[in-house]
Design a protein around this ligand. Structure first.
Ligand code: PRX
Length: 665
């Protein structure tokens, strides 16, 4: 389980003094000016939603355009396989695009896109609709039909949104793979989902260097039986081979396609997308989201959590579209709400460490949403970067992805929000699809470090780990005791694992989140971290088993055990205990080669920060690695009972090894 990272020093005496004086403030009420204009400012909304929670969600669904209204809000006859808005028909891309164009909002900018090299594109709702219609037809021309899975492996360019919406338009579930994953991981995800098409790019720009992508993909996907086509976007003119009959250029198929592609009516429960995420085993889980409930959940939460006034606001979620945050709050929620958004191609420190703040100034961003790990990086770089830019357009800030330590919260509040912007610390998961525990910025008094209370209509609880009994005040397991519209419907083609992972512990109506949490005397929830073998590195979710299997793929490695270790910047960092084959000595060369192996199998972000050579690992007499003990050793905590160990001497040896092991920067 994660422990809180040690606090970062801002190296600014004055600022340190100001932040420590704020540390004593327990609660931050919504600023009066904000509250007065907020969409929701009356706490009664919680009671109303509670009295008739299905009715509350139905009211949210009514905000969308339905080709045919539902017959039943919720079918809960076969838990945990819930169905929402049964009998209803809608199209997600119609809701995100056509609806706004038909209402005369076609000229509104949907996406302000900024490239790493400073190039800019502004796509209005009408532009986006035109691109999506053509590309949807191009997909159809390639033989893609409703239900066919389409893989997307793209950097942060507008075409990623076009591709997702085009899939939604024709009912082809997309399967987006984060651009930071290695091609090997792309292959695996295409294979599991039997994708028929993969949409990728010739090359991607990262910190001024163009990396060939199509070429790298070719090396691993060549023999995938299901993959009929690769669509390549020519973004940088990077040379790549095009296999005749299989590979096509995006611009060519789009130019040849018809301009009009009416949106297909979809059943509310038709799949919208699959998104692979890490679980306790090395095999990623294909989270399946469907259409009507998902869109209802993300649209309502986007509107109310971010207090969206679509005519005035500029909303920027600085996540990558390859994670669920990007799906729900760069693409679907904001576009369904007719918001004006921002998309930045590059890293937060390229071309300079103030680029994010420059973007806020440039586009007049009013609502900004990012991860605690990014805030901690900004703290490390120094307040002088944000101070160089005019951030006065901001009125609301958000965080997601991991617990935020109070000092980082206060820095965000003071340096970025100038003490005028409420902060919404939003807790949710790939599985939940939508924000679940969060302040409502015009109502909730926030406490730094707490995601506060469940969104109206959501029933979360903290329970004891044995019997599942409610813990009114104190620490336990976080569970969700009632279905919600954007919940995952199953794991793609693996109903059994779905039930086993989330519903075995406390029965079919209690969703086990996988996080530990504490509830305080006021009922506020403080999420502590994962209880399973999932590690959260810079908000990137990884399974220890996944990293272990990548490490043992290196020829010199006999065995490996991976844990998450607290890290002041990334929240958690990968720490690997490695036993080498026979007499092989651990050297810096092997260490680097192991990191490269992990980068090649999963992606650079999964490279272990620390590698600790160990002749043996602490194991029970039955041979199971005791990860809990490894975590205690790595965190320098007192060790519990070690008498069940096969060889207790291993513990001393590892204690010494960890004290001297170097770290990768
Ligand atoms: O441990 C929780 C943490 O991130 C996990 C979900 O990761 P993922 O599916 O990748 O989705 C991340 C973005 C929605 C959770 O189980 N987490 C997410 N948000 C918070 C959080 N932990 C504490 N506070 C949060 N606000």
């Amino acid at each position: 389980m994660a422990t809180e990272p040690t606090e970062l020093d801002t190296h600014d005496v004055e600022l340190e003094r100001e932040l420590s004086s704020l540390l004593d403030v327990e609660r931050f009420p919504p600023p009066e000016g904000f509250r007065k204009r907020a969409l929701l400012s009356d706490p009664k909304v919680y009671e109303e939603a509670e009295q008739d929670w299905q009715g509350w969600w139905a009211k949210q669904a009514e905000e969308l355009h339905w080709f045919k209204k539902w017959d039943k809000v919720l079918d809960d006859s076969n838990p945990p396989f819930y169905k929402w808005f049964v009998g209803g028909q809608l199209n997600v891309s119609y809701n995100c695009l056509d609806r706004h164009v038909e209402a005369g909002r076609g000229d509104r900018v949907a996406l302000n896109w900024l490239g790493e090299d400073g190039s800019e594109r502004k796509l209005t709702y009408a532009d986006l609709l035109a691109d999506v219609e053509r590309f949807a037809n191009a997909l159809k021309d390639l033989g893609i039909k409703k239900g066919d899975v389409v893989g997307i492996y793209l950097p942060m360019i507008p075409e990623v949104a076009v591709a997702m919406l085009a899939c939604a338009r024709i009912g082809a579930p997309h399967n987006v793979v984060f651009g930071g994953f290695a091609p090997e991981a792309v292959r695996e995800r295409m294979e599991f989902a039997e994708a028929k098409v993969l949409i990728t790019v010739d090359g991607a720009s990262r910190k001024g260097t163009i990396t060939p992508i199509k070429q790298a993909v070719d090396l691993v996907v060549g023999d995938l039986e299901s993959l009929e086509h690769i669509i390549v976007i020519a973004a940088h003119g990077t040379p790549c081979e095009m296999r005749s009959g299989r590979d096509v250029w995006y611009h060519e198929i789009v130019a040849a396609a018809d301009a009009k592609c009416p949106a297909e009516p979809m059943d509310a429960e038709d799949p919208l997308y699959i998104l692979y995420t890490s679980g306790s085993t090395a095999k990623p889980k294909g989270i399946l989201h469907t259409s009507g409930g998902y869109l209802t959940g993300v649209t309502a939460t986007h509107r109310y959590v971010f207090d969206l006034h679509p005519d005035e606001d500029v909303f920027w979620c600085a996540a990558d579209v390859g994670w669920v945050t990007g799906h729900s709050y760069i693409v679907y929620g904001p576009l369904a709400n007719g918001a004006t958004g921002v998309m930045y191609e590059g890293a937060p420190d390229y071309p300079h460490k103030g680029i994010w703040w420059e973007i806020i100034q440039r586009y007049g961003v009013t609502i900004f949403y990012t991860a605690p790990t990014a805030i901690r990086a900004c703290i490390k770089w120094g307040a002088e970067y944000p101070r160089k830019f005019d951030l006065s357009s901001l009125r609301l800030l958000g965080t997601v992805g991991e617990p935020i330590n109070p000092k980082a919260w206060l820095w965000y509040h003071k340096i970025i929000g100038a003490e005028r912007c409420p902060i919404v610390d939003t807790w949710w998961q790939t599985e939940t699809g939508q924000i679940m525990i969060t302040p409502l910025p015009g109502i909730t008094e926030t406490k730094p470090g707490s995601a506060t209370t469940p969104f109206p209509g959501v029933l979360a609880d903290v329970v004891d780990e044995h019997e599942g009994k409610t813990i009114k005040e104190g620490q336990g397991l976080l569970v969700l005791k009632r279905p919600w519209p954007a919940m995952l419907r199953t794991l793609y083609r693996d109903d059994e694992r779905f039930v086993e992972t989330y519903f075995k512990r406390f029965g079919n109506t209690t969703y086990l989140v996988g996080d530990a949490a504490r509830r305080d005397k006021d009922g506020y929830i403080w999420v502590i971290g994962r209880i399973d073998d999932v590690v959260n590195v810079s908000g990137h979710r990884l399974s220890t088993a996944e990293v272990e299997s990548a490490i043992v793929a290196h020829e010199s490695v006999a065995e490996a055990a991976v844990i998450g270790q607290s890290d002041e910047l990334t929240g958690q960092a990968i720490c690997a205990f490695v036993t080498l084959q026979g007499t092989i000595e651990g050297t810096t060369e092997i260490e680097e080669a192991i990191r490269e192996t992990v980068a090649a199998h999963i992606g650079k972000f999964a490279r272990p920060k620390r590698i600790i050579w160990s002749n043996d690992l602490p194991k029970t007499r039955s041979g199971k690695i005791m990860r809990r003990l490894l975590r205690d050793i790595a965190e320098g905590r007192a060790l519990g009972d070690v008498t069940t160990l096969r060889d207790p001497a291993v513990v001393d040896m590892l204690g010494q090894a960890i004290a001297t092991a170097p770290e990768e920067d």
